[in-house]
Write a protein that binds this ligand. Structure first.
Ligand SMILES: C=C(O[C@H]1C=CC=C(C(=O)O)[C@@H]1O)C(=O)O
Ligand SMILES: [Mg+2]
Length: 458
């Protein structure tokens, strides 16, 4: 069942005239993020999130909502200013961890349909009521509370009790994986349309209407019974250890995945991005793996796919940064099922920068959209006839101190009770061939397909 957003959720004002935003942090013994996520099931089971960056130096879990920020029009600017207004009324002590805003943007607000994405607005962010953050070996649990009521102190006492209850459950119960339900059906949706789309895109490119366009498709799984959200996160985090992990739950649905691709990180005034485009399988032996990596590094089609992304991200960084570092040639980025061409980009940010402006400038990179951007988006709308929802969009967090990180939400799927929709695509350039691109999408489906127990296409 798809739950529509309530009016309250759509219109929660970021700040009223008398709003105050309190935060309070407790440092605790090590906690498993998944155990904390699961501890929130009974009371906050419809509003949770989960995040770990690729090197696992930052882990975040959110339970419940201190507030929800959504936006349709001018969505990047709107979320940025709603968050800035909240940070203005933040009351925090030095020992308190900066509260986080977590969420994401859909790939393209112009492709809405009456489909599996109807509970997800074009931008959805939440400040969690209870926030777990693990950073540099330390574990912090914070309460975030936004109120216009004068009796905040009394409310806070009740929240402290609730926080202690959650910590206790997470520490005592740990997370136990109870297995996953069987897949009773696995269907590829509109594969013919996908094959045609790849074909058409190569003709558009030959006619010089575009240079590169990313085309995606989806598959649907049906389970014999409900797939528990924590179980999905458990399997994907264990199976794809080198990737970013994310889960964003709205009502009955959770968008989740394991992506290798950073969109942008801001840390202490520096910005970091990554160009990830161009792909080949992992080898079955280390020699084969190395050989495939070398093939990828030399392959003309893949290098072309990659270079569009490097050019575009470099251009954005040149605009927003006072200094810039980009390698001349790509390296390999290897995750469990696939290896990619990879070029990191970093720079020193010009002063008054906020992460949402950078996300807006970068999204979509040619790793998910194409070149030129607007023409590629038009072709994607026309050819895919599908709402990508949050697949391929930016997902991540920002804090009240101006730090944050967004990943590109690929290798992802939407889990809705007994069903899941999985998405994968690839960059189409002049010499792309439909059958090869189709095979590449199967490799990209693997992380979520494996986590959910679907049939891999090997
Ligand atoms: C569009 C996807 O991957 C992108 C990211 C890395 C490599 C890609 C490629 O080689 O085609 C894609 O541009 C996806 O995983 O669904
Ligand atoms: Mg590709």
């Amino acid at each position: 069942m798809i739950r529509k957003l309530t009016d309250r959720e759509k219109t929660v004002p970021a700040t009223g005239a008398n709003s105050r935003f309190f935060t309070e942090t407790l440092e605790v013994e090590t906690l498993s993020p998944l155990a904390f996520f699961e501890a929130g099931l009974s009371h906050y089971g419809e509003h949770r999130f989960f995040w770990q960056n690729a090197d696992k130096t930052v882990k975040l879990v959110g339970l419940g909502q201190a507030t929800v920020l959504t936006a349709e029009k001018d969505r990047f600017q709107s979320i940025s200013s709603q968050w800035a207004a909240l940070c203005e009324v933040l009351i925090k002590e030095e020992k308190d961890i900066d509260p986080v805003l977590f969420g994401g943007f859909s790939f393209d607000p112009h492709t809405r349909q009456d489909d599996e994405w109807s509970a997800f607005p074009a931008a959805y962010f939440t400040v969690p009521l209870f926030q777990l953050k693990i950073e540099k070996g330390k574990t912090y649990v914070s309460i975030n509370y936004i109120t216009e009521e004068p009796q905040a102190a009394a409310d806070f006492e009740a929240l402290r009790q609730e926080r202690d209850r959650l910590i206790h459950i997470a520490q005592v119960d740990e997370f136990t994986f109870q297995g996953k339900p069987d897949v009773i059906n696995q269907t590829e949706l509109a594969t013919d349309r996908y094959m045609d789309a790849v074909e058409h895109v190569t003709s558009h490119i030959q006619a010089q209407e575009a240079e590169k366009v990313v085309i995606a498709r989806k598959i649907k799984l049906t389970f014999e019974e409900e797939f528990r959200k924590a179980a999905a996160l458990h399997t994907i985090t264990n199976e794809q250890s080198a990737s970013y992990h994310f889960g964003l739950q709205i009502g009955d649905e959770m968008f989740f995945g394991a992506t290798p691709e950073r969109l942008v990180e801001i840390s202490k005034g520096r910005a970091y991005s990554a160009c990830v485009a161009g792909s080949i399988e992992r080898g079955k032996t280390s020699q084969e793996d190395q050989r495939l990596g070398e093939v990828l590094l030399r392959d003309k089609k893949n290098r072309e796919e990659h270079q569009y992304v490097v050019d575009m991200i470099t251009e954005v960084f040149a605009e927003f940064c006072t200094s810039l570092q980009v390698n001349r040639t790509p390296k390999l980025l290897k995750v469990r099922d696939i290896q990619h061409l990879f070029t990191p980009v970093e720079g020193e940010l010009a002063d008054d920068m906020d992460i949402f402006r950078l996300v807006e400038a970068l999204h979509p990179t040619p790793a998910l959209g194409g070149v030129p951007r607007q023409k590629a988006l038009e072709i994607i709308r026309e050819e895919e006839q599908m709402d990508r929802g949050f697949y391929a969009g930016p997902i991540g967090w920002a804090d009240s101190a101006g730090n944050g990180e967004f990943a590109v939400a690929i290798r992802s799927g939407l889990l809705t009770g007994n069903e899941a929709y999985l998405y994968a695509g690839g960059g189409i350039v002049a010499d792309s061939r439909p059958m090869e691109e189709y095979a590449e999408t199967w490799v990209k489906f693997r992380p979520v397909l494996r986590a959910l127990g679907g049939r891999l296409h090997e």
